[in-house]
Write a protein that binds this ligand. Structure first.
Ligand code: CUO
Length: 652
């Protein structure tokens, strides 16, 4: 017990200091790179196996080597927490590396990578060190088997520097979801999802440092993923994804991942269509249902049953509720009562991942839904997360809608917003097209380590554009605004106008930024590539050793996927902007120097934010107004924007 207490105390001290200046980054990066070079490559020189006191291995080495680690599988949580505790408790960076070297031979490699990544993000003395990019270490979680076999074949044939194209559009015409695999199977998007969970892991808890709004960010980022997926479906004229509410019905959506971990042969399980959801040996469907019902009851009553019996209740307030329910549903270490409310979100990932071999009779490996790095490839991910999102919506619907008075900033009037296309100079018109990026495989496998093997990954991209916002500041002094920009489709899959109520949960956040407003008229111009939700393409595919001064957390929506694809005729979207008063909203204590580039979706390392408003504001509550005209106050504005897909590849 004393040991654990000491570890926790040390860990608390380790992250108490906020965002210090990076020191000796190059040397530290080298140490991390050496550690990472052991992972996923069995033929590399075996790392030294330093002697270790067996007592220090208590709770370590439970997940066998060569298995895929899943943050969704609660059975791994104790072990990964133990590993993380040891990483965070090391007093100096050199000690941290020593602990990692000592533990590596005893720990599952994938779990080790996750723990190491979480520690690098959160240790102040690692500030400036890049978190290993998961798609560099495990390209086989992001590229299908056919692509990698093709690379290997070419190397065996003597091609030193093979280049293979990963074009996966329209594999077949039978599975409609293949039409959006430019989105679901995009390495950048899946890598963002993994790194989001590294930044905000459910195993994080106050014992090792404060991190505000973790539950709220869980809801918000995943709502954005679902909203974006629905918009992509509408772009290819498919209906929005249904929510997976009824667990007694067969699961209609199938998915074949075609992913194999090259080193181990671990093959992510195929899920045929129309399978029944079955109990797992460790959890029944009935238990899952019971957790859901308890959460729904807590939402209806606005209070949560705490540990220690039905008499002990926590009353939630409109200010804290969404975060409390986020923790509860994600079953983080800060869940108010994990025993009673369970682990709804994670277990559904596991049940879905094992649905084709629930009792393990056929010794199949788990499906894509099991692994954070691969789960968002599976269309069922969005169906499941839509169900989770409906629970949050249910809670938000219990809150009093914002009144026009609350939404108005009396000093400020937005006269107009439009988009200026930087390429074609058209107004309110964005073109999308195919393009590609290059994923270098040198770090991933033994067979690529002496080559310059490359995979050309195709994806969509868009013209760069600028938001031009006309704003009057009627106060006699300079003001600072927070400008919040959102986009939502205007029409549903049948071509009928979407209601504001439907659009509320479909609003895609495109940007949130501060802008100074001088007294009188202002024209604010903001480029699409400055977005607070995105990560530049170079950070995903570029050589990160060249970007020492850049963002190191690798969380952020790929810039090329900022807007939905749109369609050939041009699809219509609602572009919305709202200005709020930064002087009222700002969080005095937030240290934004520690932010990740994409702070809207990734928050920052310390769980601090640009402003104090709820995430997703003003769409975080039910809207009473029947339509946009009734909803808008003087500090809001909207316009119609068209996104047109050319279907062509942009000339490189
Ligand atoms: Cu990120 Cu379900 O939490 O995937």
């Amino acid at each position: 017990k004393l040991f654990v207490l000491a570890v926790v105390l040390l860990a608390t001290t380790a992250i108490a200091e906020k965002c210090p200046k990076p020191v000796n980054v190059e040397a530290k990066q080298k140490m991390v790179d050496t550690l990472i070079s052991y992972i996923n490559k069995p033929a590399n020189p075996v790392p030294p196996k330093p002697p270790i006191d067996p007592k220090k291995l208590i709770g370590i080495g439970i997940l066998p080597k060569d298995q895929v680690f899943s943050l969704f599988d609660e059975r791994t949580w104790d072990e990964v927490s133990e590993v993380l505790k040891r990483f965070l408790a090391a007093p100096t960076f050199e000690d941290f590396i020593k602990v990692a070297e000592t533990l590596y031979p005893h720990v599952n490699e994938d779990l080790f990578l996750f723990g190491l990544s979480v520690a690098i993000v959160h240790r102040p003395d690692a500030n400036g060190v890049h978190v290993p990019r998961v798609h560099d270490v495990y390209p086989d979680k992001f590229l299908t088997n056919d692509v990698l076999i093709n690379i290997r074949k070419q190397i065996i044939k003597g091609h030193k520097n093979p280049v293979v194209k990963d074009t996966h559009y329209y594999h077949n015409d039978f599975d409609p979801f293949r039409r959006v695999d430019y989105f679901t199977e995009d390495p950048g998007m899946n890598s963002h999802h993994y790194h989001w969970h590294v930044l905000h892991p459910s195993i994080w808890h106050q014992g090792v440092g404060e991190k505000a709004k973790l539950g709220e960010l869980f809801y918000c980022m995943h709502r954005q993923m679902v909203a974006r997926f629905d918009s992509e479906l509408l772009s290819v004229h498919l209906p929005r994804i249904p929510s997976l509410d009824d667990w007694n019905k067969k699961v209609k959506i199938g998915y074949a991942p075609h992913l194999t971990i090259q080193r181990t042969g671990y093959t992510y399980m195929n899920r045929p269509e129309n399978l029944e959801i079955e109990d797992l040996p460790e959890l029944t469907k009935g238990e899952l249902m019971q957790w859901k019902n308890r959460i729904m009851e807590a939402i209806a009553r606005h209070n949560i049953t705490l540990k220690g019996g039905p008499g002990k209740k926590l009353r939630v307030s409109p200010e804290t509720g969404i975060d409390v329910f986020g923790h509860l549903i994600a079953a983080t270490k800060n869940s108010s009562n994990r025993q009673y409310y369970g682990n709804l979100h994670s277990y559904a990932h596991v049940i879905a991942a094992r649905i084709a071999d629930s009792d393990g009779e056929h010794k199949e490996d788990n499906g894509a839904m099991y692994d954070v790095a691969t789960s968002a490839r599976d269309p069922l991910f969005y169906s499941w997360h839509k169900f989770i999102d409906k629970i949050f919506t249910e809670y938000q619907n219990t809150l009093t809608p914002y009144t026009p008075y609350q939404l108005t900033w009396p000093d400020v009037v937005i006269d107009g917003i439009h988009i200026e296309n930087l390429k074609t100079h058209e107004e309110n018109m964005i073109h999308t097209y195919y393009t590609s990026s290059t994923l270098r495989l040198s770090k991933g496998f033994d067979y690529t380590k002496d080559s310059e093997a490359k995979v050309i990954v195709e994806h969509t991209d868009h013209d760069d554009f600028v938001y031009v916002i006309d704003i009057d500041n009627n106060a006699r002094v300079e003001k600072t605004a927070v400008l919040r920009i959102f986009l939502a489709p205007k029409y549903d899959e049948r071509g009928h106008p979407l209601t504001l109520k439907e659009q509320r949960v479909m609003m895609i956040e495109l940007d949130k930024f501060k802008a100074p407003l001088k007294p009188g008229h202002n024209v604010v111009r903001r480029c699409s590539n400055e977005s607070s939700v995105t990560m530049p393409v170079d950070h995903i595919y570029g050589d990160i050793t060249q970007t020492v001064d850049e963002d190191h957390c690798h969380c952020g929506w790929p810039e090329y996927l900022l807007v939905p694809q749109g369609d050939y005729d041009g699809m219509h979207y609602e572009l919305f902007v709202m200005a709020t008063n930064y002087d009222e909203d700002k969080d005095q204590n937030a240290d934004m120097s520690c932010k990740c580039h994409a702070h809207s979706y990734c928050g920052n390392i310390l769980g601090e934010y640009l402003d104090k408003r709820p995430l997703g504001y003003p769409f975080d509550r039910k809207i009473k107004a029947a339509g946009w005209e009734e909803f808008k106050t003087q500090n809001m504005c909207d316009t119609d924007v068209v996104i047109k897909f050319s279907g062509k590849t942009k000339a490189q």
